[in-house]
Design a protein around this ligand. Structure first.
Ligand code: SIN
Ligand code: CO
Length: 405
């Protein structure tokens, strides 16, 4: 067993994955001791006014009945109409907006980065809650400020009864486990596996909670997505065949042999490792929001990169992965692909160390860019990422971590 200082406290990454991940909840007191959120409640509320930001307000006692949800963007005046207590503001994908929020993801390097969805931040005055519910995602709930009481319940599924007359999925029968009833203080972290009922209620005026969510593809998404992708590559002559047909018992009957032929056909087309690899990599790196990437107005070339590094210090960070961009690679018998934000490119096996370095980084210094320029393949890949907006130019005047957009 290896133990190391991490957000998991005294639990090693290996033990966490074996005993807790997707299996049972885990409370880690002081996972991030002294944690100070890089944005305050006013700044969070400010984000909820913006057109391009996904936000919600949930009220336990709305004017039209219990558990009402309102979608943002909100007018400033709407906040003034809210009661003193018992409501919650939720802002999605704050890591896509603020690199200092995205920085928290570095603590989760024991999980594949492409499983990560976003960091949602909630604010609630006393009594604020989104009700007892389940999520189909794994979630790490980091208490950022104030106190929140978390009560955990039973594992649920699609058949678990929900409250009528609200579009929120509130459980009618929350079976609180008295042993899993905790008050979280700033810096505490609670991991919840999918489908475990939970209910968080603010105990203070300044309760903010960060939800680091890990998405999981539904079987429907996998089947439909892969079928669409592979379907486009199939030939007209790939069809149901029944050269083995024997005299039917009844001319209207679809017999077992027919079903077996169908299954064989489907298995044949789905059994394409290269197509599945490419589709999965593209799907897992798809951006959360459709219009998220900001491509270059005019494509960069190697000349642009050479110009950029000409007078820069070796260690100066010049480029950064766009907040919310998803990079992944697959190196397998059927091929090597670099994936970024839904796009895929082949690469040669000799480029593997460079690809791994690229996918580990958040920023790129002069040295990295120089190395990329030594090889036309890595230079081309880097340019693809810059030109489609997955990597952007840091603002020299504003310091390393400030994005240009
Ligand atoms: C919250 O932060 O209030 C809700 C988070 C959750 O239960 O998933
Ligand atoms: Co939840």
């Amino acid at each position: 067993m290896t133990t190391s200082l991490s957000i998991l406290g005294s639990i090693s990454r290996e033990d966490f994955l074996r005993d807790y991940w997707q299996k049972k909840p885990l409370l880690i007191r002081q996972a991030l001791p002294g944690f100070i959120p890089p944005l305050d409640i006013d700044e969070l509320a400010g984000l909820a006014l913006e057109e391009t930001v996904e936000s919600r307000i949930v009220m336990e006692q709305g004017s039209d009945g219990p558990w009402q949800a309102f979608n943002g963007p909100f007018e400033e005046s709407f906040f003034e109409t809210l009661p003193e207590e018992n409501w919650t503001l939720l802002v999605q994908a704050v890591d896509h907006l603020l690199p200092e929020v995205g920085a928290v993801l570095q603590h989760f390097d024991f999980l594949p980065r492409w499983r990560m969805d976003d960091v949602m931040i909630s604010y609630a005055p006393i009594g604020g809650s989104v009700g007892p519910h389940i999520d189909y995602y794994d979630v790490f709930l980091l208490q950022a400020s104030g106190q929140r009481r978390w009560r955990l319940g039973q594992f649920c599924d699609e058949s678990t009864p929900l409250l009528p007359n609200t579009r929120l999925k509130i459980l009618t029968d929350f079976q609180a486990n008295p042993e899993q009833d905790w008050v979280l203080e700033p810096g505490d972290l609670l991991y919840l596996p999918p489908q475990l009922a939970h209910w968080g209620t603010s105990l203070s005026e300044d309760c903010t909670t960060w939800s680091v969510g890990f998405r999981a593809l539904s079987a429907e998404e996998a089947l439909c997505g892969a079928a669409d992708f592979i379907g486009e590559r199939l030939r007209e002559d790939q069809r149901y065949t029944d050269a083995d047909l024997t005299l039917p018992r009844h001319t209207a009957e679809i017999d077992d042999a027919a079903l077996e032929r169908l299954q064989k056909l489907l298995q044949q087309v789905i059994n394409s490792p290269a197509a599945l690899s490419e589709w999965f990599g593209r799907a897992m790196t798809q951006t959360k929001y459709a219009d998220q990437l900001i491509p270059q107005d005019t494509d960069w070339t190697t000349a642009t990169l050479n110009e950029l590094i000409e007078y820069a210090e070796a260690t100066e960070n010049l480029l950064a992965v766009s907040e919310g961009s998803r990079l992944a690679f697959r190196s397998a018998a059927e091929g090597q692909w670099l994936f970024a934000d839904g796009e895929a490119w082949f690469y040669s096996a000799s480029l593997q160390p460079w690809i791994e370095d690229l996918c580990r980084r958040f920023t790129f210094d002069t040295q990295f860019i120089k190395l990329a320029l030594h090889n036309s393949e890595s230079a081309t890949l880097l340019l693809h990422l810059i030109n489609q907006g997955s990597i952007y130019l840091l603002d020299e005047d504003a310091g390393d971590e400030q994005p240009l957009h």
